[in-house]
Ligand binder design. Sequence first.
Ligand code: AMP
Ligand code: MN
Ligand code: MN
Ligand code: MN
Length: 283
Amino acid sequence: MPATIDLHCHSTISDGLYPPEELVAYAHKQGIKVLALTDHDDMGGLAVARKAAEQLGMQFINGVEISVTWKKRTLHIVGLKVDPTYAPLKNALDAVRQGRIDRAKLMGDELAKVGIEGAFEGAQKFADGSIITRSHFARFLVDAGHVKSIKKVFKKFLVKGKPGFVDHQWMSLEECVTLIKDSGGMAVIAHPGRYDLGRINMHLLMHAFRNYGGDAIEVVTGSHNPPQYQQFATIAHRFSLKASLGSDFHGPGISYMEMGCVPELPAGCVPVWQDWEEAKHLN
Ligand code: AMP
Ligand code: MN
Ligand code: MN
Ligand code: MN
């Protein structure tokens, strides 16, 4: 049986394809009972999504996925049960979004160097007023016929060593965890299997994250394969971190995993929702 909780997904507030209320309706249709919306660096969809979830009798969790730089690498930290009215967190995310615009202009300049004109404006059209991400550049590159598929974009463009890549300084891991915790939330390392860290750096990351007050890591996510579910269950246990679970759904056909098709946590994990009123029926 797939899990009925999903603590990681995206709406049009960032790079998802459904507006918040449609995403919630889709989650409901897919059998999700407890949902967190975790848009990149933006909490602007939470109020609408919560209202839609309440109308459908679903439990809703405020979330956000924050971009972080740690040891020159980009990591994603999911904040769960964050307070979207907490000013220091809101202000920090405002700054991140401004930084995204600056980065996107530079990405446009980089793509122009290989003969691809108008990429910034093209990506902005796909972003349609939301924050601008590499996903929007990817959609532009496919739409304009430069690349066949989104997957191929992230092999040929926008990644280190390829055209369109811009090295960007995000907020620090310590600042991110502190902001999430101070807003009353829980901090979760998103898809740790995707960072290509060696064993030593992985352990350094877990140790640092734990010391800053981090709570959990994603064990089951659309970005992990089944052997990684076990691998990260073991790491969570070893570092006394709880385990989270989410599809990382962006839209049908463009996600690593469909919403409502995510397997349960492996036995022995301590779920990040262990003490949540909203998820009492799952424990
Ligand atoms: P950004 O935060 O602007 O660097 O954009 C990162 C986003 O690009 C991720 O959240 C994914 O939605 C998307 N992305 C990154 N790598 C891939 C990939 N290999 N395939 C599909 N989407 C990707
Ligand atoms: Mn994304
Ligand atoms: Mn991510
Ligand atoms: Mn995500």
